[in-house]
Design a protein around this ligand. Sequence first.
Ligand code: CO
Ligand code: CO
Length: 384
Amino acid sequence: MKYDKEEVNPIRDDRGARIFGARNTPIAKQNPDVLTPPSTDGGTISNMKWPFDLSHTRVESGGFSRETTVRELPISTTMAGVNMHLEPGAVRELHWHKEAEWAYMIKGSARVTGVDEQGRQFIDDVKEGGLWYFPSGIPHSIKGLEEGAEFILVFDDGSFSENSTFTISDWFANTSKDILAANFGVSEEAFNDIPDEQLFIYKGRVPGPIEEEMPDNVNETVPNPFTFNLIEEEPIESNGGRVWIADSSNFKVSTTVAAALVEVEPGAIREMHWHPNQDEWQYYLAGQGKMTIFASSGKSRTFNYQGGDVGYVPFAMGHYVQNIGDTPLRFLEIFKSDHFADISLNQWMSQLPPYLIKEHLNVDDNFIKNALTHKKCPNVTFDK
Ligand code: CO
Ligand code: CO
């Protein structure tokens, strides 16, 4: 039989067979290690991948919003994500929610506002590579600046939904006018033109400099800023790439979300490791990667990721991320924690009596001498 060269099939050496039935070839090509897993994969493991392009999109006047939650990716119980775009001047309206909100600016810039429980105010502009964090229940807004803004939002609960936040327009629409009049000390007519349902995202004007936009009586500012310029921090450099870390040690307000921005060069690997504190929620910003998740008891499964995909690693499971493309692989590792923590397989092994390693793995002295250092191979390690 003549095979189409463009066809991909689950064939490994003398195993497997060509698929006769209907195909979705683009998806098969994007996921070669799912179609034909490495022979070392085994057992049944939950799905750990969700492309935002399969999420429902809220198409709004001024932008869009789409979410990846426990409903799209059932394993992702600790965190949920939203990909949102705001046109220049467009606003994600004044709102709050039960979950804390962490964000990374993918492209463009936005102006964010917030007020804490003591009435202290905050306003700042966030550029590409910048972050914000609003603690649980703190009211905030986001406005696209000159070029608009696209960002990824992460919430510290997988059950979060962008469709069930508390918005200012929704509350006004759901309050009778005599109560509004009594609350603000004005006549009911003041509320003749309020929206009759929530705005969520709306088109607005591109604002001027912050100083010119503030009200007359501004309270003092919050003690710990709600924003952080991650990309201007000094990264940890290693042979195969670099990492930028933001957690409550440098981004003080971010007490429930810790994050790392990871860049892996072509051919390099984010080394084999696990996290001793929490599940890992990933967002792939660019490039092509492969990750195998080791779940103990002979179980492991490999997935392929590309820009726009969400990945997930349950607490304590071993994993690596390899760049399998020819451009840098960039992704975010995010944890519901006040601090970033990982255990490097290499570092662990390098701190043990060599005989113990040799007894376990039947490796020779050459391995002990050469392998257990981060200096030689093109990998990305978090060890300084
Ligand atoms: Co929010
Ligand atoms: Co990890």
